[in-house]
Ligand binder design. Structure first.
Ligand SMILES: [Zn+2]
Length: 302
């Protein structure tokens, strides 16, 4: 290099200025952490996943510890503000008293941005904990997209999505990159194929829909800590996952009637017996329409 003398001086000046800045004015780093449960270490069946399961009480503790491990690591990596979204089942799984006092926690449904509620332009990085493969994946533990009971496919502009890639697209709408995801090997491989090479914490190897070779809860918290620090360390390199509008969203249901009745509305086109398609301006609108489809019932109370 020709400017052999000038460059080291310039580097020293820039680094020096940065050092002073870092001391007097800490850089803001707001992190959003969305926490699902199927990808938590040890989870294999419904026995761990809801209040009627015999192991649920213990596994919401393990889920909480994995989320707290992500929070702790994010703070160690410089996070100045953290929002956690409880994104599984009834949205009331995380034991909120186990989080540091400066963390905000989003609970229960419905909410317009679903699993990533709380994300906006102020957030600098997104992290997904306990995530799982999508409904079209043949190998992932409890693989489904939004509702194992009701949906068989969700696609954005013709490409099948998982909860991971759908939520990454919502984050991308707000210019927020996903830096790390934890879950089984199938879930991590699938999300990387869709959104790029983010950091992954593999909590278990899938052996089938209801079986896995898992690491322990303790090992999972350590691994998640490492990968969160690695992901936030790569923040400048990882780009937001953008799906440009107008977006065509296709949804296939297990049953006929939802598709039939949604097609009464001009927004929805019935594409086959079990499927509808709609156009959304952007991912925020797509998310609201999907949440409407999932949540609306005429007997909702209050
Ligand atoms: Zn879940």
């Amino acid at each position: 290099m020709r400017s052999g003398r000038i460059l080291p001086v310039l580097v020293a000046v820039v680094l020096g200025a940065g050092g002073v800045l870092a001391q007097s004015q800490p850089r803001k780093l707001k992190v959003h952490i969305s926490v699902d449960m199927e990808g938590i270490a040890g989870v294999v069946t419904g026995d761990q996943l809801g209040p009627t399961g015999f192991e649920y009480g213990r596994f919401r503790e393990f889920m909480t510890r994995e989320a707290v491990a992500a929070v702790t690591a994010a703070k160690a990596a410089g996070a100045t503000e953290i929002v956690v979204a409880d994104a599984h089942g009834n949205g009331q799984n995380l034991l909120i008293e186990q989080f540091p006092a400066d963390v905000r926690i989003i609970r229960s449904w419905p909410r317009r941005l679903g699993m990533v509620a709380g994300i906006d332009e102020q957030v600098d990085a997104a992290i997904f904990i306990g995530y799982h493969a999508g409904t079209n994946n043949t190998t992932g533990v409890r693989a489904h997209t939004f509702s194992s009971a009701n949906l068989t496919r969700v696609a954005l502009n013709g490409v099948n999505v998982t909860e991971g890639s759908w939520n990454a697209a919502i984050a991308g709408h707000y210019n927020v990159p996903v830096v790390m995801m934890s879950g089984d090997d199938a879930a991590i491989a699938e999300v990387r194929k869709a959104i790029g090479n983010i950091e992954g914490a593999e909590t278990k190897r899938t052996l089938g829909f209801h079986s896995a070779n898992t690491i322990t809860p303790q090992a999972a918290t350590e691994l998640i800590g490492q990968k969160v620090r690695a992901g936030l360390g790569r923040l400048s390199e990882l780009k937001p996952f953008k799906v440009s509008g107008p977006i065509a969203v296709e949804v296939s249901f297990k049953n006929y009637m939802v598709a039939e009745i949604l097609a009464y509305l001009p927004l929805f086109e019935r594409t086959d017996s079990h499927s509808v398609r709609f156009k959304a301006r952007d991912m925020a609108e797509a998310s609201m329409i999907m949440n409407f489809i999932g949540e609306y019932r005429p007997d909702i109370t209050p």
